[in-house]
Design a protein around this ligand. Sequence first.
Ligand SMILES: Cc1cc2nc3c(=O)[nH]c(=O)nc-3n(C[C@H](O)[C@H](O)[C@H](O)COP(=O)(O)OP(=O)(O)OC[C@H]3O[C@@H](n4cnc5c(N)ncnc54)[C@H](O)[C@@H]3O)c2cc1C
Length: 418
Amino acid sequence: MKNTHYDVVVIGAGPAGLLAAGKAAMEGARVLVLEKMEKPARKLRITGKGRCNITNLKPLDEFLAEIKPEPRFLRDAFSEFFSNDIIELIESQGVGVVIERGQRVFPSSGKAWDVAEALIRWAKEQGVTIVCHATVTAINLTNNAISSVAYKANGEHLVQCGSVVLATGGKSYPATGSTGEGFLLAEKCGHKISPLRPTLVSLETSPVHSKASGLLLKNVNLSVLVGGKKMSQEFGELEIMPYGLSGAIVLRVSREVVCFLDEGRDVELEIDLKPALSHEKIDNRLLREIEENSRMGMIDLARKLLPKQLAEIMLDELGIAFQKIVSRASSDDRKLIRLWLKGKRFRVTGYRSWNEAIATAGGLLLKEVDPRTMESKLVKGLYFAGEVLDLDGATGGFNLQIAYSTGWLAGKSAAAAR
Ligand SMILES: Cc1cc2nc3c(=O)[nH]c(=O)nc-3n(C[C@H](O)[C@H](O)[C@H](O)COP(=O)(O)OP(=O)(O)OC[C@H]3O[C@@H](n4cnc5c(N)ncnc54)[C@H](O)[C@@H]3O)c2cc1C
């Protein structure tokens, strides 16, 4: 490589790194992005099941409520660059967007790939140089300020620079390049990392209902119980998996459940499959069905309330014979069914691995980073952006917006510090 001096070196070409690099170059800095994978933005290309939930149009306060553990940290970053700004940027690259349920924004082509290519094109148009197959191995300091970055790409290289933006992502889906090396690089610069845990992750349970695996249940209520005490509740979609439970509401509670499990606490999930119906209404419905067709078997009655696989599982668990004639059903049978439908419990035995988690909870300690600039409070010229920070959002486009906004602010600040 000819030029071995840059104003700003960005480590990682994910959404945070690309936004940081593009903004720094827009402000006149000479910018190099080092990306260890064969192409930039590998993870971005698989987001939103390949459709990329680009961002979310919720107003600021509602948006912040979706972010943990310290949403206020993002106020400056969001006031610099927010959801409308990323939409404008992506549209300026010829990629239109559509808005779906829950204010979620997707590319109108339905292709995450288009979003990735738009960000890369935009960054290059600002004058950014991107080098792939380049793994950063060290950030070198002189007198507690950035001096150079060492990386491997067909041999060892050293690039002198005034600033570094560390945008190496978290630890989830390591096959995309996010293997957590950035945390080690930051630690070597003196930074502390809060415990790293998979989040937005499916849960392993006992019992498992593998017979119903793949079944998607809409409009159900899920409560998290710790030591029998209700901690939180979510309403929406649940998916039955061969190992346990997944789906939007499980992912939403996964952050707290993973924490409880790591603390060694007993966690249960209680599912209300009929949240719109009271116990009394369910009983009346059962009595009505029985009256209308008194010769049918209990399995036929259960099928009127549940998909086939679940109807069978319920009767098996309750010890009620499928072919028992409904007119012989006792009030105890009806009570058991009601309780099962309104409060089926699963013990949570574990959570899926980093390979399946959508995001990383924990990361670079926020109190060591200046939220007005994203600069390290310990090392001059070192900036952070994206999932490497101890910030994570719910599903719905929040995590990508954190990446763009912190990237933009870090790039702007790094360029201004030249
Ligand atoms: C399956 C899946 C679906 C998702 N869907 C959505 C969604 O629809 N909407 C949403 O908002 N969020 C979604 N997310 C989360 C979102 O993708 C991440 O939060 C986001 O990509 C984080 O951006 P980042 O730039 O901080 O890190 P990353 O995208 O992880 O990028 C970091 C980059 O740094 C590179 N790197 C790491 N170490 C080095 C090194 N030593 N040297 C050089 N390069 C290095 C990596 O190769 C990687 O390219 C999803 C995540 C997954 C896994």
